[in-house]
Write a protein that binds this ligand. Structure first.
Ligand SMILES: Nc1nc2c(c(=O)[nH]1)N[C@H]1C(S)=C(S)[C@@H](COP(=O)(O)O)O[C@H]1N2
Ligand SMILES: [Mo]
Length: 348
């Protein structure tokens, strides 16, 4: 199985979060994963957010107008729906993520529900469409990056229009001047470089909604939409790595394994750790997340004996959703949350 030059080109632009950065509650900005489908667009000086469509009172707001409104700050874990794709067999051609397409940001902005209420969403509205400034061609279709949320999720949820990340204005790559942040949902929902919000009275059928980001078993399958993040636990790989293979080397004795776990479906209920490739599991200590939408820290004391070992970690949420041991394939290569495995050699 090979990754092509086209895929390498994507991977060199769109980087993951180095797993050692799981040590931070809030991911430092340059270490947060990055995914940009087309190019990072430049926002014009005259930028304003326009809210229109099936509303009684269309709204137009400058960045200063948004900053003057009551603000909310949330710590939110965001993960690309394609995380884990490179481990699928048969190979799915796209951004070849392993496990590191995740990060946690402190996002400050304006809640969208009161803004939509102010605009007056008309009865019979179905979806709220969020359009970015970025444009390109995907699947042969010329498009701006657009995604929608069902009206109920936009009006009844805790989605934010964020203008700050970790206490600073959004950096260009993460959506300056404004982005949508929908706690609990996979990354593609969180439209960057937001320019226009349009309420529509028929289901939105844009490319990124109706064609991409659906779980399909085969090309002809209509599939179901990808929405919230499935549970996942990741560990900071212990010890030191081999440069090329990333195999880890640690000394024998008690090793504190640690990492983070999240689920967009329910709070994380448990993290289990295995030191024998998944044959036996033990419960890890779980911390309280700093925000209901943020990952929870976990730790586990491992008695490391000399030899080769395969470490693994596995999260389960309060609704009983649990990571599978083996990948589950789909056409787009979405949501492969099979457990992380880390090869470790214990030696003096
Ligand atoms: N306008 C726009 N928004 C976008 C994207 C994009 O390409 N254009 N990529 C989406 C995808 S697939 C992901 S995973 C997240 C990544 O956000 P980040 O780069 O800030 O981590 O942004 C989403 N929002
Ligand atoms: Mo993504």
């Amino acid at each position: 199985m090979g990754v092509s030059m086209d895929e390498l080109q994507l991977a060199a632009r769109n980087h993951g979060m180095p797993l050692e950065a799981l040590r931070y509650d809030v991911t430092p900005v340059g270490l947060h994963y990055l995914l940009v489908h087309f190019d990072v667009p430049a926002a014009p000086e005259s930028w304003r957010l326009e809210i229109g469509g099936c509303v009684d009172r269309p709204v137009s707001l400058s960045l200063d107008d948004l900053r003057a409104l009551p603000s909310t700050t949330r710590i939110v874990t965001m993960e690309c729906a394609g995380n884990g794709r490179a481990r699928l067999d048969p190979h799915v051609v796209s951004q070849p993520w392993l496990a590191e397409a995740v990060g946690t940001g402190e996002w400050k902005g304006v809640e969208i529900a009161p803004l939509l209420e102010q605009a007056g969403v008309r009865d019979g509205s179905v979806d709220v469409v969020f359009a970015g400034l970025d444009r390109g061609i995907d699947g042969g279709v010329d498009q701006v990056y657009e995604r929608s949320l069902p009206v109920g999720d936009a009006l009844g949820g805790d989605a934010l229009l964020a203008y700050e990340l970790n206490g600073e204005p959004l950096p260009p790559q993460h959506g300056f001047p404004l982005r949508l942040v929908v706690p609990g949902w996979y990354g593609m929902t969180n439209v960057k470089w937001l320019e226009r919000i349009t309420v529509v009275d028929a289901p939105f059928t844009g490319y990124q909604q109706a064609h991409a980001y659906r779980f399909r078993r085969s090309e002809g399958d209509e599939g179901v939409p990808v929405t919230r993040m499935q549970p996942r636990a990741l560990m900071v790989p212990p010890g030191v790595p081999d440069f090329m293979t990333r195999r880890r080397f640690v000394e024998p004795g008690t090793i504190r394994l640690e990492g983070r776990a999240w689920s967009g479906l329910a709070p994380v209920a448990a993290v289990d750790v295995s030191a024998d490739g998944g044959a036996t599991w033990s419960g890890a200590d779980l911390q309280h997340p700093p925000d209901p939408a943020a990952w929870a820290g976990w730790s586990f004391e491992w008695e490391a004996a000399e030899g080769d070992h395969e470490l693994a970690c596995r999260a389960r949420d309060a609704h009983g959703n649990e990571q599978p041991l083996e990948p589950e394939w789909n056409v787009g290569g979405y949501s492969n949350n099979a457990v992380q495995r880390v090869a470790v050699t214990v030696r003096r």
